[in-house]
Design a protein around this ligand. Structure first.
Ligand SMILES: [Zn+2]
Length: 491
């Protein structure tokens, strides 16, 4: 049974989706005023692990991530450069998409942009005005938090801390300054203005997530994620807006990822400890090493990013890679050793049990590394056959493609996916020639490369397994795909 810690209840709860077999997931996306930093990427990698695990469990996931392209920060950035909001945010949106692919994060089904959903936001604000949850003041429209008694439930703010009647226009503020927040901001010199039914102006930050989540996922959906810094005021305000407007529960499970600190300190440009993904990769790290580091600390624990920790992540990934490579050297014929089969089953059970327990990745990785340790012992003793090696390689590759995404034996993915597509047939090279089967195998390898380039990892995995079942082991190297005969994997 899958269980998650729900910020709303403050407890670990069994996870039951609204509709069996389908999960509707909303994750707060980037505010595109700058490159996303590694703290942002930690949250996105956590969300990717969550999504991959749900998919792995046979659950369909409908995933929406918003792009905030109008708020205080983007407006200030565009204004400072004297260019339009669209011109200012476009390169940061493109960088986000590129970095996401570089880190092996599965794309969401929708990336709605705030500027493309002004109408939907206006509709919610209209409803809130009609129902008496919102009021006008000096051309702006505010949400009256004292009209919504459940306000503060997510962030655990006590009612006596509320200061009804005080107002603020800033998109972000601290718990100590809890106040009525702006849904719609009056026109201001140097800011973009939309002419709408509720008057001219521009939206506040929080209303976009209420509008876009309900548009794509419905008024009530299963899981909403973000970083802990989103809990207040952003997610608290989303709940207030959505539930007041729609009269139904907004979200069943709230999952929040803890902060990332650098050398034990909060990241800040002024401290010189502020890193974007690009900054880290420029130091010569493989993006999958970064992914492994971000992934391998439980999402509800503070992650202390250091270059030592990154070296450890590199070593951990290398252990998986070395193991996968060593399996190719197993030459002994013979049936599968039941001990190896048992090791794989134990590892599979441990891995799943860990993830089912509120995504306890430490337990899952312990199961995987335990398998590698025990299997290495059997390999050293010569107690494993080629069939065992095939089964082990199969298992590790399956776990990687489905859950970890650290690509231990693959080409570094620091390439543009569009470029990858155009060179698909060039990268599949053959190094062993053995008879008439070659052409057929090559065709399957090409089909797998094509599936991978199209991010159809399920099909790519199926082709790899199918080849392995007929005794062909694929190795992804930096020079392309190689294959060799290892004998049938299953006897
Ligand atoms: Zn949001």
């Amino acid at each position: 049974m899958i269980r998650f810690y729900n910020t709303l209840s403050g407890k670990v709860e069994p996870f039951v989706p609204l509709e069996p077999g389908i999960v509707k997931l909303y994750t707060c996306g980037p505010t595109v005023y700058d490159f996303s930093h590694i703290g942002n990427w930690r949250a996105y990698v956590f969300e990717d692990l969550l999504k991959r695990f749900l998919l792995f469990s046979g659950i369909k996931v409908s995933h929406v991530m918003n792009i905030t392209d109008v708020d205080d920060k983007t407006i200030n950035g565009a204004h400072a450069k004297g260019i339009s909001l669209e011109e200012y945010t476009r390169p940061f949106i493109e960088a986000f998409e590129k970095d996401r692919d570089t880190l092996g994060i599965l794309p969401a089904d929708h990336y709605p942009r705030a500027t493309g959903h002004i109408r939907e936001m206006v509709d919610i604000i209209k409803l809130l005005l009609e129902k008496g949850f919102a009021y006008r003041k000096d051309g702006s429209i505010y949400f009256a938090i004292d009209k919504f008694p459940a306000y503060g439930r997510l962030a655990k703010i006590h009612l006596e801390d509320l200061r009804p009647g005080s107002r603020g226009d800033a998109d972000e503020y601290e718990k100590e300054n809890v106040h009525d927040f702006a849904l719609w901001k009056a026109p201001k010199e140097g800011e973009p203005v939309w002419e709408t039914e509720i008057g001219p102006g521009r939206p506040g930050w929080h209303v976009e997530c209420s509008a876009m989540s309900s548009k794509y996922l419905g008024r009530t959906f299963d899981i909403h994620c973000g970083g802990v810094d989103n809990i207040f005021p952003h997610h608290e305000n989303e709940i207030a807006q959505s539930e007041a407007a729609n009269g139904v529960k907004f979200v069943n499970y709230w999952l929040h990822c803890h902060h990332l600190v650098v050398d034990g300190e909060k990241m800040a440009k002024s401290k010189g400890n502020f890193y974007t993904l690009r900054d880290v990769l420029d130091r010569g790290y493989d993006p999958r090493e970064v992914r492994f580091l971000l992934l391998s600390t439980h999402y509800r624990k503070m992650l202390n990013f250091t270059f030592d920790a990154l070296e450890q992540a590199r070593a951990g990934r290398n252990r998986i890679r070395d193991f996968s490579f060593d399996l190719r050297d197993v030459k002994r014929d013979g049936p599968a050793n039941p001990e190896v089969t048992q090791l794989i089953e134990t590892a599979r059970a441990g891995l799943i049990a860990g993830l089912e327990d509120d995504l306890n990745i430490s337990e899952s990785l312990a199961a995987l590394f335990g398998l590698i340790k025990s299997a290495n012992r059997l390999l050293a003793q010569g107690s494993a056959s080629r069939a065992d090696a095939g089964n082990l390689a199969d298992f590790v590759a399956m776990i990687d493609e489905n859950i970890l995404g650290i690509n231990p034996t693959d080409v570094p993915l620091r390439v543009d996916p569009a470029k990858m597509r155009s060179t698909v047939s060039d990268v599949a090279i053959k190094v062993e020639s053995s008879g008439d089967l070659d052409l057929e195998i090559q065709k399957r390898i090409d089909a797998r490369q094509k599936a991978r380039a199209e991010k159809n990892f399920k099909m790519a995995d199926e082709i790899r397994k199918e080849l392995l079942d007929s005794g062909i082991l694929l190795e992804d190297t930096k020079d392309g795909v190689r294959w060799k005969k290892v004998g049938p994997a299953r006897t």
